[in-house]
Design a protein around this ligand. Structure first.
Ligand code: HBI
Length: 361
């Protein structure tokens, strides 16, 4: 059926300007969905904090103080808002321009956009980018699940399952422009780890497995928690690791593709694992803790191995089995499940379901 062309207002995460990496996977997700929806003929405006850059797309930049990252909160944390909150300012702008759009898409994992949903005249689709973190967030997301069925998007069933309203969530998985990821058939003798360098990502286990195996580990990503990074360097002074920085996607995939495996060591329920599908697209097998969205991505023994969570020995054993994996099978999985087109179909259908008020089958 022909889906009409929509006018869409995308509102980004308030934790950091797009392009700084503080927004983690949301930055890549926002870019990919924008690219694919524009290709399909929809009109898009993006609202994001000052300093945001998302070439080649223009961004409406909004001033204000950044929000505290949700994953630093505890279950009973109250909702906090800084003075002159960029989140509040972005949503005040949205309130003023809403009549120019068919649908608002919220990319923030924050209380305010969810609470404001019933105050707006047009529908809001919420892309929930993490699993359950705090009681206050759980209850406001649940309120939206009940009042506005079908408007909650997630990245995996495993992530949805951390909430009581899993059945009301639409799983979008994720996707990327495969044409910028190049398959590498013959890797170097190096392992890779990619992500925000912060406690919930469990980098120390990847470093420990590099020390045990003696295989060098290349580390890519923003050092979000400096003291956490310093502690790893102090705890593993002689581990064969090399910090490669926070690279733009085209450069990252070039370096990542040359690695023999990507180690994915989340301490939390990773909603999806953008870095995992980027690795697959380059032919890089996954060695991941059996936790979160990765459990729906890794095809055991075919495109990687799922390992007992928090088991460094499990990582080491899997590293020893990498010769069982056909790297081209990794690329093929990305092409079948995570292409921009496949993700675009899922996202466009989600928008259409919301706008035609079709309840889920
Ligand atoms: N924290 N408060 C808050 N808001 C967000 O939008 C947010 C976050 N922490 C992490 C994050 N977004 C993204 O990096 C992940 O959802 C991918």
């Amino acid at each position: 059926m022909i889906i009409p062309k929509y006018k869409l207002l995308f509102i980004s995460t308030p934790v950091g300007a797009i392009g700084t990496g503080v927004g983690g996977g949301v930055e890549l997700t926002l870019f990919n969905i924008t690219q694919e929806m524009k290709r399909r003929g929809h009109k898009i405006e993006i609202i994001a904090p000052n300093g945001s850059v998302m070439q080649p797309f223009t961004v409406t930049e909004i001033a204000g103080e950044l929000q505290i990252p949700g994953q630093t909160q505890t279950r009973d944390s109250p909702i906090t808002m800084p003075k002159n909150s960029v989140l509040a300012n972005m949503w005040d702008y949205a309130r003023q321009v809403q009549s120019n759009y068919d649908l608002i898409v919220n990319f923030a994992y924050d209380w305010l956009p969810l609470y404001l949903t019933s105050f707006f005249q047009i529908p809001i689709a919420h892309l929930i980018s993490m699993g359950s973190l705090t009681d206050a967030m759980d209850s406001i997301i649940e309120e939206v699940a009940i009042k506005f069925p079908g408007t909650l998007g997630v990245h995996s069933q495993t992530q949805a399952a951390t909430f009581t309203f899993a059945q009301q969530c639409t799983s979008l998985l994720n996707g990327m422009d495969l044409s910028i990821y190049h398959f590498c058939h013959q890797p170097n003798q190096t392992l890779a780890w990619v992500g925000r360098i912060a406690p919930e990502k469990g980098l120390e286990d990847a470093v420990a497995s590099a020390k045990i195996t003696g295989i060098p580990l290349k580390i890519f990503g923003l050092i979000q928690d400096e003291s956490y990074w310093q502690k790893i360097c102090q705890d593993y002074p002689d581990a064969p690791i090399e910090y490669m920085g926070f690279l733009p996607t085209v450069e990252l995939q070039k370096q990542l593709g040359k690695c023999m495996a990507l180690l994915v060591t989340p301490r939390w329920v990773e909603a999806f694992g953008n870095v995992a599908i980027e690795a697959l697209a380059c032919g890089v097998p996954l060695i991941a803790y059996r936790r979160g969205g990765l459990t729906e991505i890794v095809q055991e023994g075919k495109t990687g191995f799922l390992v007992e969570p928090d088991s460094v020995q499990g990582l080491v054993d899997a590293i020893g089995r990498l010769n069982e994996i056909d790297r081209y099978a990794c690329r093929q999985q990305a092409e079948v499940e995570y292409s921009l087109e496949a993700m675009g179909d899922r996202v466009e259908q989600w928008f259409e379901d919301i706008l035609t008020k079709r309840t889920k089958p």
